[in-house]
Ligand binder design. Structure first.
Ligand code: HEM
Length: 57
């Protein structure tokens, strides 16, 4: 599984689609829509982006 800190920034534009709507199920990424609401997924996204920013320092 990829280290999401290195994920292409454009991919964060479709983060909700990937995590909650199954956009990447064909790649093996499960649809987590029944476990995470939109706000929770967004919190995870912001957390990953903060960790990504730390890498850039
Ligand atoms: C809160 C939990 C998770 C989040 C936020 C998350 C998020 C993501 C994102 C954003 C991508 C796209 C990465 C990219 O294009 O660089 C991705 C890909 C993927 N995820 Fe998840 N994921 C989660 C949990 C899981 C779990 C539990 C599995 C497996 C059981 C999984 C398997 C994969 C796979 C196989 C890919 C595609 C291949 C790859 O990019 O390495 N993910 N995930």
């Amino acid at each position: 599984m990829a280290d999401l800190r290195y994920t292409d920034p454009a991919t964060y534009n479709i983060f909700q689609n990937i995590v909650r709507e199954g956009a990447y199920t064909g790649l093996g990424m499960p649809n987590l829509g029944q476990y995470l609401n939109e706000a929770e997924a967004d919190s995870i996204k912001q957390f990953i982006l903060s960790k990504r920013a730390e890498l850039m320092k």
